[in-house]
Ligand binder design. Structure first.
Ligand code: GLA
Length: 319
């Protein structure tokens, strides 16, 4: 019997910046997805799930992702197919998936499933890939399984993150710095509403930032003065979020390491407002949750986390 697992993640600050090569600061959570079972020699996959009524069954390389049912199996098959395309020897597998990550809540249950599958395949033949290679193949798998043009944040944090540390990722260079969370702070994650990014306005936001980049060049190096010169008011707002959010990630890391709780909290709330007003990815329920958390004794900062349109809010609270 072999076992492979991967954690969920929450993002402390830096949302909707990854797909333009910006900065993000997610961290891995304690909850995780686990696959247990045995390799087979016939190239066929058969996985049961504790949370889904139907098992997934497919064979590599013949699988047609757009036809595969149930849909959760597409994430598994897409990873296996990516690895096969890279020339990695892929055996079959028969086993079971369990997860303690709430599904569809914006804590990256799909990325955790992808990374757990990739680790399983690599362990089968003692193959080593770098963290960024694993994350990039899982990101490609997410694109083909869900159609959502996500960035690299979730997969790279899940592959490389360390418990108790935030993972500062430069999504252009893929450089990672592990930032220890101070002992006096704890991370609170509150579920607000189910969401799926497929069919949401996520892809529109990716397009809108591309349109901004066609006007002023890469947002990761753009200045606020350049953003303010964009004619289209909607595109200007989207770009303003991204450029200001990258600066907030830098300032947040400085404030966190300097022990400046007031500044840490201020930046989280400013990030939330920017996502709500300029980027249009919050909801009234998420706005209300942030206000309620900010009125809770001990909470220093709160914001929506991840792709938005539902999902979770995150807060930092003094212990
Ligand atoms: C989702 C995507 C990530 C990232 C966030 C927003 O979680 O999968 O790549 O874009 O939304 O920061």
């Amino acid at each position: 019997m072999v076992e492979s697992s991967a954690r969920g993640r929450v993002n402390l600050i830096g949302d909707h910046t990854d797909y333009t090569g910006g900065l993000v600061l997610p961290m891995v959570l304690d909850c995780r997805t686990t696959i247990e079972g045995d390799y087979t020699t016939d190239g066929r996959w058969h996985l049961e799930s504790a949370d889904e009524p139907e098992p997934t069954r497919f064979a590599i390389p013949d699988v047609d992702l757009t036809e595969l049912q149930p849909r959760w199996g597409r994430y598994v098959a897409a990873v296996v197919r990516e690895m096969h395309a890279l020339g990695i020897p892929v055996r079959g597998f028969r086993g079971r998936v369990t997860t303690t990550i709430p599904i569809g809540s914006g804590l990256s249950s799909s990325a955790a499933l992808e990374v757990a599958v990739a680790r399983l395949v690599l362990a089968g033949d003692s193959i080593h890939l770098s963290d960024s290679e694993v994350a990039q193949l899982c990101r490609r798998a997410e694109h083909s399984a869900s159609g959502v043009p996500c960035g690299i944040m979730d997969q790279l944090c899940i592959v490389a993150g360390r418990p108790g540390h935030a993972t500062l990722i430069d999504c252009h260079s893929l450089d990672i710095t592990h930032i220890e969370l101070p002992d006096h702070l704890e991370v609170v994650v509150e579920f607000i509403a189910p969401r799926t990014l497929a069919g949401s306005e996520y892809a529109d936001r990716v397009d809108e930032t591309r349109r901004a980049e066609q006007t002023i060049g890469p947002l990761r190096t753009a200045t606020i003065a350049e953003v303010e010169a964009i004619d289209d008011p909607l595109i200007r707002r989207r770009a303003r979020h991204v450029v200001s959010e990258n600066a907030r990630v830098r300032d947040f890391v400085s404030a966190l390491t300097a022990g400046d709780d007031a500044e840490v909290g201020r930046l989280m709330v400013e990030s939330h407002r920017s996502l709500a007003v300029d980027f249009g990815t919050s909801t009234p329920a998420m706005d209300a949750a942030v206000d309620r958390l900010m009125a809770t004794p001990g909470v220093i900062g709160a914001r929506m986390t991840g792709g938005g349109f539902g999902g979770c809010v995150v807060a930092l609270r003094r212990r």
